[in-house]
Design a protein. Sequence first.
Length: 392
Amino acid sequence: MRTQVGIVGAGPAGLLLSHLLHRQGIDSVILEARSRQAIESTIRAGVLEQNTVDLLSETGVGERLQREGFRHHGIFLRFNGRSHRINMHELTGGRAITVYAQHEVIKDLVKTRLEAGGRILFEADAVSLHEVDTPRPTIRFRKDGQIEELSCDFIAGCDGSHSMCRDSIPAGLLRVYEKIYPLAWLGILAEAPRASEELVYTYHDRGFALVSTRSPQIQRLYLQCAPNDQLSSWPDERIWAEFHARLAGEDGWMIHAGPILEKVIVGMRSLVIEPMQHGRLFLVGDAAHVVPPTGAKGLNLAAADARVLADALGAWYNNGQSKPLEEYSATCLRRVWRAQHFSWWMTSMLHRFPDDDHGFQQRLQLSQLSYVCSSRAAATSLAENYVGLERV
Ligand code: FAD
Ligand code: DHB
């Protein structure tokens, strides 16, 4: 089998890349280890930056997102029992975020690719990459128990945070920057009425809590927990009791409890692989970088990388230019490190850390939260990073 760009992984990065390449007349094949049903039903992120919404809309995959997504002009920071609104719309000259689940983005992209004749091989597990520093790299993959080969001009490693494509960058050239946090999130989907029109990021003595939404009837809620916690130690009653304790305040605001449809525990780390390219191999999205979820940046960074790579491959195939491809890693890393900083900063400000030095860190966090909620300059900094910087 042959194609111009061989793509490993049908997450947001791989699917969007394939879609953007198609629009420039460039052929690609996506190899995806899981089934279509599995990728279209895994619950993950939910916040799309203005940039991501614009990209999807401008390239013809934003129709359902515009119709069914919820555009939010602000977020709340809640601490000391009170909510403070950050008016992102006003602070950023009219920009906003849209709450629209990642698996809905996946559904829209898969449908668009398949309708356009795109080739996505589901349950095709890439096992090794070959000749990545030659003009004819290949991907070996296992499908229906057989090993097959995909020969290409370029390989895009869009295979997520446990990337195997990453291993094809020689160890001597690779730098790995990693930070593990002593924190995790317990995420739930609950069938309950919405309690807030906008997201509520809560700082509390007992730990962080986040109130997000999926629809007027389905809510997405997160609680800080310990990284080694098991789901078995979080029965439903304990989860609701913890939300009540962390969200309670003098204003009497509270979420509504309801049947819990899904529970997951997600660990937290920051990871950057440099460079994001080697020879004809390019890493895209979580394969190259992972952020803690507090800044809602993971999916948005994957989309930003896909756009940079699609433009660079377009310049190579259609205009004979190699410079944008050579600069791929450096171009992406500017945004990646900005998002890393923002995600680390939000995480540091909003969680209780087990190693807090007799409450010193807590006092700093409360001071920072008050500052962000009272200074226009500080609030603008949060807002422009949260909705997504146009240029980095
Ligand atoms: P992925 O979405 O991980 O896609 C990679 C794809 O590659 C997968 O479909 C995988 O099956 C496939 N693959 C892997 N290896 C192979 C192989 N060898 N062969 C073929 N296919 C392969 N971000 C937020 O901003 N907010 C959140 O709340 C949030 N929650 C998350 C919860 C969980 C449980 C996880 C895991 C991530 C979460 N994220 C969140 C991060 C966000 O979802 C990711 O940043 C985003 O999915 C990155 O997209 P991607 O396409 O780079 O990688
Ligand atoms: C959601 C996830 C996030 O990581 C975040 O910061 C905000 C919202 C969500 O799943 O809705």
